[in-house]
Each structure stands twice: as structure tokens, then as C-alpha cells.
Design a protein around this ligand. Structure first.
Ligand SMILES: Nc1ncnc2c1ncn2[C@@H]1O[C@H](COP(=O)(O)OP(=O)(O)OP(=O)(O)O)[C@@H](O)[C@H]1O
Length: 124
């Protein structure tokens, strides 16, 4: 098997994982739609280069955390289909990681867009 075939398989597996998370996880879809709205506002309100970097960092971190959360949920469901306190800890902690990244994204968004929204509302 040459390296190109190997690389394509690895890439396809990653795309399959992202598709799985998007189609099965409501929160993943919420993150994707929220990201698209942020990008739209970024374009409309003319954010600068360093602000774009912060927004893209937030989007990446939240979506990556949701993907890891989905992976942890799948592993927990595979090894522990019954109720178990450690299964609860694993799922709740993974969900906590997503919450922390989402809070970071909301605060960053408020810092970047807050002043612009106030100015915009003031001009109406
Ligand atoms: N095997 C288990 N043992 C103990 N508690 C569990 C177990 N599976 C789930 N739970 C508890 O139920 C909650 C919801 O679990 P579920 O599998 O529905 O995942 P979820 O976090 O709701 O993810 P989703 O975004 O897919 O709805 C978990 O956060 C956890 O507190």
C-alpha cells in the first residue's frame, strides 16, 4: 500500500468521523450553525485580522471539543452500555470540556462584537 492510499484512507476516516458527529449530535449542528453566523457577522462588521484569528480559534476549539466528546460518548456506550458511575463521570467531564470551550467562545465573541453591536444600535 503506497503512502498516497494510506493518506487518503486516514483523511476519509476523519471526514467520516466529522460526518457522524454532524448527523448524530444536535450540539454539533448548533456549533456549526453558530460558527457560520459568527463568520457572517465577521464579514458584515469588518473584523480585523487578529480578531479573525481569535474567532477561528474559538470555532476550531469548540468543534474539536465536540468531536472528542462524541468519541468519548461512543467509547463509553461500547464498553459500558449499563449504568455505571465511572461512565457518568466520563460523559459528564467530556461534556464539561465542551461547555468550557463554548464559554470561551461566547466571551471572545462578546469582546469582539459587543462594541460594534452597541455602535450599530446607536446609529438606528
Ligand atoms: N452508562 C452510563 N452510566 C451512567 N450515567 C450515564 C451513562 N450514560 C449516560 N449517562 C448519563 O446520562 C447523560 C446523558 O447521556 P447520553 O448518552 O444521552 O449523552 P449526552 O451527553 O446526552 O449526549 P448527546 O449529545 O448525544 O445527547 C450523561 O451526561 C451521563 O450523566
Amino acid at each position: 500500500m503506497d503512502w498516497r492510499h494510506n493518506w487518503r484512507r486516514t483523511f476519509q476516516a476523519a471526514i467520516d468521523g466529522i460526518k457522524y458527529a454532524y448527523t448524530t449530535q444536535r450540539n454539533m449542528r448548533v456549533h456549526v450553525y453558530a460558527s457560520l453566523i459568527v463568520i457572517l457577522f465577521g464579514i458584515l462588521l469588518g473584523v480585523d485580522t487578529s480578531e479573525w484569528l481569535w474567532l477561528l480559534l474559538c470555532i476550531t476549539v469548540v468543534i474539536a471539543a465536540e468531536l472528542m466528546n462524541t468519541a468519548i460518548e461512543a467509547v463509553v456506550d461500547m464498553v459500558m452500555p449499563d449504568q455505571h458511575p465511572l461512565a457518568k463521570i466520563a460523559k459528564d467531564t467530556a461534556a464539561g470540556a465542551v461547555l468550557v470551550t463554548a464559554a470561551f467562545a461566547v466571551i471572545t465573541g462578546a469582546i469582539i462584537f459587543g462594541g460594534r453591536f452597541v455602535t450599530l444600535i446607536g446609529t438606528l
